[in-house]
Design a protein around this ligand. Structure first.
Ligand SMILES: [Zn+2]
Length: 313
């Protein structure tokens, strides 16, 4: 064992059945916390049709914003560009990722928002738990994230790996003190590819993802310091799906995205259209009190700034 901090920052989870060691994460710097849950390929119009009590409650208690990727984007409606846009707060024209090859990526110029938060506030502690491996391997969530825990849904199946990732993420939220946590869920997209978003299998996976999000929220609310903390919870997706399953093209169904935001300053029942994936990073940074440096050239806006949201009641 070396003491090289960099080598302990990225944990490659062992194969299923073997325990995952939780890396040491120094105490967080603030009582302001962000949890971002990314659900791959979740077409928002299907949520209302699914058994999804956790998502439904979040929508009722916070902001539910819908939108779509720019039809003129040079990027395919696939995960590489979608998550790159969310992580960096910049469009594919800037971060350079237009498909799942990740060729042309410019994460050095457009790093993820956890890395940006640490530049502004070096004591910020961040953690990403991910089972779509390229988001770690390609550096979408980069090496300056304090802890990256990488599972492998492509190899072992997303539903099973999601469950393992959620186990670890709940331990991270319970036993350590991250200021920013990103958790990826892949099982909904997997079902979308197999049987399409209109299928009962897809709806069952929405329910499964809903339960996973519920477990993360339970872990947050059970923190002994929870009453002294201010949590912003964000849920979003990278792209939609064709009715028959699959994505990559420019149709409305494939470009469909949403953002749920719940936390201090977000009116219950707020609704918004026209949200963009680039809005996620500025929203997270805003909650943390990080003022984006103009040199970062973030393209979105914080959803916490009231004029953009209207309560529906
Ligand atoms: Zn997909």
């Amino acid at each position: 064992m070396t003491d090289d901090a960099a080598s302990t920052r990225t944990v490659i989870a062992p194969p299923p059945g073997q325990p995952v060691e939780l890396p040491v994460l120094p105490p967080g710097s603030s009582d302001r916390k962000v949890l971002l849950v990314g659900v791959d390929g979740l077409r928002w119009d299907r949520i209302a049709e699914a058994e999804a009590p956790v998502l439904t409650a979040l929508m009722a208690d916070g902001l539910y914003a819908t939108g779509a990727h720019d039809p003129a984007s040079p990027a395919q409606t696939v995960s590489g560009p979608g998550w790159s846009t969310m992580a960096t707060g910049t469009s594919p024209q800037r971060h350079g990722v237009c498909d799942n090859s990740f060729d042309g990526r410019r994460y050095d110029e457009c790093p993820d928002f956890m890395t940006l938060a640490k530049r502004a506030k070096p004591d910020v502690q961040s953690c990403a738990v991910i089972d779509w491996a390229p988001l770690v391997d390609m550096g979408t969530f980069g090496p300056d994230v304090d802890v990256r825990i990488r599972f492998d849904g492509d190899r072992y199946g997303f539903y099973a790996e999601d469950l393992r990732a959620i186990d670890v993420a709940t331990r991270v939220l319970s036993e350590t003190d991250p200021d920013i946590t990103f958790v990826y869920i892949g099982c909904v997209d997997e079902a979308g590819h197999r049987t399409g978003p209109l299928s009962s299998a897809y709806m069952a996976r929405i329910t499964a993802a809903d339960e996973m999000i519920g477990r993360l929220l339970d872990a947050v609310r059970a923190r002994p310091t929870y009453r002294d903390e201010q949590w912003l919870v964000l849920v979003s997706t990278d792209h939609g799906h064709l009715d028959e399953g699959g994505h990559g093209g420019p149709t409305e169904a494939e470009r469909a995205i949403f953002v749920i935001a719940i936390g201090p300053g977000v009116p219950a029942g707020a609704r918004m259209t026209g949200v963009r994936t680039v809005d996620v990073a500025p929203t997270a940074l805003d909650h943390l009190g990080v003022v984006p440096d103009p040199s970062w050239r973030l393209e979105g806006r914080s959803l916490l700034r009231g004029s953009t949201v209207t309560p529906s009641h």
